[in-house]
Design a protein around this ligand. Structure first.
Ligand SMILES: O=c1ccn([C@@H]2O[C@H](COP(=O)(O)O)[C@@H](O)[C@H]2O)c(=O)[nH]1
Length: 494
């Protein structure tokens, strides 16, 4: 790395983390193995300043190391725009490798003007085994083009460089995974445990001299699965300030119980909030079922939340177009954005659901987006609900990718398969100790089952507490069982 670029590199590493081009969790890789760390450099096309910085660094590297070649070729598809910028700014003619030969016409695999014997420099975004680079090298070589060097943005340090070197191509990387991890550690963005568990995984999952993953022949332990990380550590990974606050509150108060205070009189909600307040991290409301809603109720509820240290979530399940959602959130009788720390929303309208909510905070009441957040619905507990795997996957993408992830505190869902990112909170409703269902489609599971088997971080309990003879005793019982299930989950081997 050039000394003059050291600061730029560090700033870029932090920016890549901020824009989710670099994330931690439990990710399925192309090679079929799960990984605790994932790079998605496809997102950088949405950040022109990041594209410019990365391509400047590639160009500096090429000049500094005299990697002169007659052509430049990006490995499809993520590296194509980077290679294009290098080509234009350095005046090096580009070659484009097709992933599939055209079914008609020339049937060429390499587009551009070249002659056998020409040299070509490869540009790639991320290298794991190096197989994508080698596929491109093979197609270039079959046209008689000479490839000796490849510049990559990130080397995951799993043996890709050696694999490529076995085919007589030198790999040069701007970033190594270790550099990125250390930069995030130094900046306080991740903890030492994160660095150690990623390093342990990378050391265990290296490729052998035949280019195969050693880890694929044995059980790979990814101890970066979110259910194995304590809440206080997950707080450091959260992109949303409210998620950080909630994780820390859960860890310090030792509770992962959310009370669904579903009552139709304000006095009943306030009574439940006062009696159960010391044992909960979150109190969930449906203010539209209150028959006597008033501004005074909001003030009283806020005072109880402060006294007993819990957050408020209005389970509004917003689902309209952005403009309507912004008005439903901030205006009307309930002025939800002025008092609810968190709200829930369906992902049915797409990403505009989040921008609509954020727009609702642009009014003149002084509430800032940093002090608010949303839980997106990824699954429902109602039997026969219409959510399928495709919808679930798309919802998880909205929660984990793009500029608005700083507003997403977590997902309302029934299982850990819904999302992998440990900086998000899984909120699971449908929890009751002694019943499996109600007469209107609600399905229940026990506290132990939802936390240990299904990955719930916070369990939502409504009638299990609200219908009990003693609200306080019921809250203590659920709090104790849920917290014990969480500590068992952390301690268990699998
Ligand atoms: O999928 C979902 C989403 C939200 N809920 C809400 O949680 C509570 C559950 O109440 P219980 O009395 O414990 O059944 C309620 O407010 C629902 O609106 C859900 O149940 N399922």
């Amino acid at each position: 790395m050039l000394a003059k670029n050291a600061e730029t590199m560090k700033a870029l590493a932090l920016k890549l983390f901020e824009i989710n081009a670099f994330k931690f969790g439990d990710f399925k890789m192309k090679v079929g193995i799960n990984s605790p760390v994932y790079f998605d450099l496809r997102v950088i096309v949405s950040y022109p300043e990041v594209m410019q910085t990365v391509s400047n660094l590639i160009q500096d590297y090429i000049k500094e190391h005299n990697l002169n070649a007659k052509h430049v070729c990006g490995v499809p598809y993520t590296a194509l725009p980077l290679a294009s910028i290098v080509s234009v700014q350095q005046n090096i003619p580009m070659l484009v490798r097709r992933k599939e030969a055209k079914a008609y016409g020339t049937k060429k695999l390499i587009e551009g003007i070249y002659s056998a014997g020409d040299t070509c420099l490869i540009v790639e975004d991320v290298v794991t085994s190096g197989s994508s680079i080698l596929d491109t090298v093979k197609d270039l070589q079959s046209e008689g083009i000479v490839v000796t060097d490849a510049v990559v943005v990130v080397d995951r340090e799993q043996g890709g460089a050696a694999n490529i070197a076995n085919h007589s191509v030198r790999m040069h990387s701007l970033f190594t995974l270790s550099f990125l991890l250390n930069t995030l550690l130094e900046a306080g963005k991740i903890q030492r445990e994160t660095v150690e568990s990623v390093a342990k995984y990378i050391a265990a999952v290296q490729i052998d001299s035949d280019g195969n993953f050693l880890g694929s022949k044995k059980e790979v332990v990814n101890d970066f699965v979110r259910s194995k990380i304590p809440f206080e550590n997950r707080a450091n990974l959260a992109k949303c300030e409210l998620a950080k606050t909630l994780f820390n509150l859960m860890a310090s108060k030792k509770t992962n119980l959310c009370l669904a205070a579903d009552a139709t009189k304000c006095s009943e909600v306030l009574e439940a909030a006062d009696k159960c307040g010391p044992y909960i991290c979150l109190l969930k409301t449906h203010v539209d079922i209150l028959e006597d809603f008033s501004e005074q109720f909001v003030q009283d509820l806020l005072a109880l939340a402060k006294r007993h240290n819990f957050l408020l979530m209005e389970d509004r399940k917003f689902a309209d177009i952005g403009n309507t959602v912004s008005l439903q959130y901030a205006k009307g009788l309930y002025k939800i954005s002025s008092w609810a720390d968190l709200v829930t929303a369906h992902t049915l309208p797409g990403r505009s659901i989040i921008s609509g909510l954020k727009a609702g905070l642009n009014g003149d009441d002084g509430v800032v987006a940093k002090s608010r957040g949303v839980f997106l619905l990824g699954e429902m507990s109602a039997s026969g609900n219409l959510i399928d795997d495709k919808y679930k996957e798309a919802s998880a993408k909205i929660a984990t990718e793009g500029a608005d992830v700083d507003f997403v505190a977590g997902m309302v869902c029934q299982s850990s398969e819904c999302f992998a990112f440990p900086g998000l909170i899984q909120l699971t409703p449908g929890v009751k100790i002694d019943e499996a269902s109600d007469s209107l489609g609600q399905q229940y599971n026990t506290p132990e089952y939802v936390v240990k088997e299904k990955g719930a971080d916070i369990a939502v309990v409504g009638r299990g507490i609200m219908s009990a003879k003693s609200l306080e005793k019921a809250a203590v019982l659920y709090r104790d069982r849920l917290w014990a299930a969480y500590t068992d989950r952390l301690a268990s081997k699998q």
